[in-house]
Design a binder for this molecule. Sequence first.
Ligand SMILES: [Fe+2]
Length: 277
Amino acid sequence: MSSLIPLEDEYADILLKAMRGRRIAESELSARTGLPLELLSRLCRGEFCDEPALLKIAPVLSLDPQSLTIAAARAWRPRLHRVAGLEMFRLGWRRLWVNAYLIYDSSSGEAAFFDTGTDSVPLVKRVEQLGLTVRYVFLTHTHSDHVAALGELRAAFPQARVLCNHAEPWPNTELFTDEDSFSLGSLSVTPRTTSGHSVGGTTYVVDGLSTPLAMVGDALFAGSMGGGLISFEDAWRNNREKILTLSDETVICPGHGPLTSVGEEKRHNPFFAGEFR
Ligand SMILES: [Fe+2]
């Protein structure tokens, strides 16, 4: 499903997100680590990997040193996750990629999308191949790459309910709060607000397949996290408290990059691994 999908963030992206989020400029990082500014600039551009330097930088940025050096050595990626009833679509967006997901209950044939990506054609085709009935389109957040094909998807499945967090309303959608939950045949979908990357960013926990799923949008990536565009502190805390407290086997379905799991992120994500040692 996602074996060849590269990680969304390299170690330089992780450094820059942590510096931005913790409001630590290169000059301050240089002063606090004793590392030359020029070396830090080259590290932040991902030009080379200097393990001793990264071990000095990590604690200043509240990153886990071991996970950061492993990321810099490109020595970890999540294992391949396959879940019956879960389909991932990786869709082009400008020169980047964005993920949309389909889940379905095989006994009832009821289905739901999470985000739309940028092209409805492969999504509609798969629904037709599997003979499914689309009941819902859930939005994790409303950044353009995640909702670009919503109009096309509505036209293809006019009976589907389109759901959006009340804190981040989108035209012609039904709004929900964290008190709501949804059923899909024998599956359940429970939203929990994981704001910070966006104002109403939502993680949907799906129960009823062979393993629980968490549709996290851009809150969390394999080995990294989304930019804290609204609030890094909220984004970090929500990831820590509302996603990484799910059971270790929960498969995380991010808006960019490969599938991962709660257990793997607790061990290998430089933003969080130190919390779980
Ligand atoms: Fe986003």
